[in-house]
Ligand binder design. Structure first.
Ligand code: TXA
Ligand code: MG
Length: 332
């Protein structure tokens, strides 16, 4: 199968609609990462997503909509708290869990009774979904376990030959996936950290917000239990005595004939002299924007990525969560 990469245009959206209506897959940009979309009302189409990505079947997909008023078509019980979340954060980088309506593909919901709904803010994503005039379920458009794609080339590298179309909307803004939240008894639980953080949720809703990220033995959000975002080379995170430990690790690797690279905060650049460095940014927002792209750039040219912990900005939790997974939990 030939994989086309096309810029957004009327012709592209028409082709995308034709493919989705015929049960094929289309990759598209969102403000977080690129998604791999299929018609969420068709089991056969949705199954292709799991095959193309090599994704475990017990991991449910997020349902993407192009208009807020479509939410009620696919869910039961929209509570007051749900309404508050929708009002303040949609469209945007949030996925809200509801009880699912009967019409949705059971394959998309991995056999469960709930569905996560997301309305992307990205205009190309909205146009694509509204053109198709169908609910689009979409995971990140990477091979399972790989870093999520933040540009069309990342998608091509993972899925070339497996899908027919990638809509190229340029680089994604946020760089890490949406915050996943669920509501129970007027308490908001964060199942996956993202740009919309605990403080923002508390401020907007005046409700209790609880972090449930990986805190339970049984993962609340099935996707969080798998190894994720792993680059092809080793990776280690440094959270304590950051500069000294980073230098120590780097120099030890060099002494054993390895080729390491440091992913650092702009403020620490000077400390590393002429060692191999990539500045991820000045805060956790910049670093989130760059992380997956830099992982993919570094993985083939270096033996080990030594990544600094970022403690500043609004995306500290979301970034840390991705970095610790990419490092398979290795942290000093
Ligand atoms: O930003 C994003 O969310 C991107 C873009 C494409 O929208 N999508 C994305 O999808 O990251 P995916 O499939 O890679 O990650 C979805 C996460 C997984 O951890 C999954 O387990 C969780 O959301 N999830 C989906 N439906 C759920 C549900 N009904 N209950 C609990 N967790 C759910
Ligand atoms: Mg994913």
């Amino acid at each position: 199968m030939k994989t086309l990469i096309l810029k957004p245009s009327k012709k592209t959206f028409n082709l995308a609609k034709k493919l989705i209506t015929n049960g094929e897959l289309v990759a598209f940009p969102t403000e977080t990462v690129y998604g791999l979309g299929a018609n969420a009302l068709c089991d056969e189409a949705v199954k292709k997503i799991f095959v193309a990505k090599g994704r475990p079947q017990d991991n449910p997909l997020i349902l993407h909509i192009g208009r807020k008023q479509d939410i009620k078509k696919y869910v039961k019980n929209i509570s007051k708290t749900h309404k508050l979340l929708i009002k303040h954060f949609m469209p945007g980088p949030i996925s809200i869990i509801f009880d699912k309506a009967e019409n949705l593909s059971n394959v998309a919901c991995a056999g469960g009774q709930t569905v996560a709904i997301r309305m992307p803010e990205n205009k190309v994503a909205q146009k694509f979904i509204n053109y198709c005039n169908l609910p689009i379920c979409a995971p990140s458009a990477n091979t399972s376990k790989r870093p999520s794609p933040t540009n069309a080339n990342h998608v091509y590298d993972d899925l070339n030959g497996k899908i027919k179309l990638i809509i190229d909307g340029g680089e994604t803004l946020v760089g890490i996936e949406s915050t996943v939240v669920k509501v129970e008894n007027n308490i908001i639980y964060i199942l996956r950290a993202g740009k919309i953080n605990k403080q923002m949720l508390e401020k907007a809703t005046k409700l209790t917000v609880v972090d449930k990220i990986d805190s339970d033995k049984i993962p609340q959000s099935p996707g969080t239990k798998y190894t994720h975002y792993k680059p092809l080379c080793d990776m280690i995170m440094v959270k304590s005595d950051i500069v000294n430990n980073t230098i120590k690790l780097y120099d030890n690797l060099v002494a054993s004939n390895k080729k390491p690279i440091i992913f650092c905060c702009a403020a620490n650049l000077e400390a590393y002299g002429n060692r191999n460095i990539k500045v991820l940014g000045k805060n956790s927002e910049d670093a989130s924007h760059n992380l997956f792209n830099y992982l993919r750039l570094a993985e083939n040219n270096f033996d080990c990525i030594i990544a600094e912990y970022f403690s500043n900005g609004d995306m500290v939790d979301g970034l840390f969560n991705r970095m610790i997974k990419a490092s398979s939990g290795k942290i000093v």
